[in-house]
Ligand binder design. Structure first.
Ligand code: PGA
Length: 247
């Protein structure tokens, strides 16, 4: 299994930000891990043009569950593929919270991604209150069961474990806590999709930085990272790519 360093630019970036992509590719033309950036939809086509023929893959941050139609402001998975995307993040906690997305909707989106021939990065994670009350594994187990697409394989599904309280806060779970969740998720995936589970990348996300990446990547069943803030700068994301390549 090749590990995956995925960056999520969220609602950040304009054409000028593409200079960071050029710098990233200059510094890391041929990493040992897979490298993916998910810019806002407005930049996908331009970033994909820059990435063509390089080690960088380009993804999207969300999609609509339907392939086309009267849905003003929405974008389908097929349209994202047409723009050059190979992956789509679905169920990020910012969408679950800001837009009230349920796991049923996230699953429908993930299935649309798979139907379009792309890879779904399905995000799950507990809130701080859920962790404090000892419900972490119950919450993420339920989210996983309800969110992953039917027909999931190692090629069309990536799972991202992102504790809500660790996103953008500079706080992370302990390495022991990350290990507990990732090993639980591997087992849960085995129950859901059998042997395919061994090849599904399970990413950790939430305040991954150059300073903590190597320690996190040494944890069993951590197959890469979904990186927010630190993916915006080539130097920081490149350092995380290098740490994953060395893991
Ligand atoms: P962060 O975001 O790295 O800025 O904490 C992670 C994410 O939301 O994917």
């Amino acid at each position: 299994m090749k590990k995956l360093a995925a960056g999520n630019w969220k609602m950040n970036g304009t054409q000028a930000s593409l200079a960071e992509v050029t710098a990233l590719l200059e510094a890391h033309p041929d990493p040992a891990c897979e490298m993916l950036l998910c810019p806002p939809a407005t930049l996908i086509a331009a970033m994909a043009a820059l990435a063509r023929g390089t080690a960088l893959m380009v993804g999207a941050q969300d999609c609509h569950p339907k392939p086309m139609g009267a849905h003003t402001g929405d974008i389908s998975a097929a349209m994202l593929r047409d723009a050059g995307a190979t992956h789509v993040i679905v169920g990020h906690s910012e969408r679950r919270i800001d837009h009230g997305e349920t796991s049923a909707l996230v699953k429908a989106k993930a299935e649309a991604v798979v139907d379009a021939g792309l890879t779904a990065i399905v995000c799950i994670g507990e809130t701080e209150a859920e962790r404090d009350s000892g419900k972490t594994l119950a919450v993420i187990g339920t989210q996983l069961d309800a969110s992953i697409p039917g027909g999931a394989t190692a090629a069309n599904l990536v799972v991202a474990y992102e504790p809500v309280w660790a996103i953008g806060t500079g706080r992370t779970p302990t390495l022991t806590e990350i290990a507990e969740v990732h090993s639980f998720l591997r087992g849960r995936l085995r129950g859901l999709i059998g042997a395919e589970a061994e090849g599904v990348r399970i990413l950790y996300g939430g305040s991954v930085k150059p300073t903590n990446a190597s320690d996190i990547f040494a944890v069993p069943h951590v197959d890469g990272a979904l990186v927010g803030g630190a993916s915006l700068k080539a130097a920081d994301f490149g350092a995380i790519v290098a740490a994953l390549s060395a893991a």
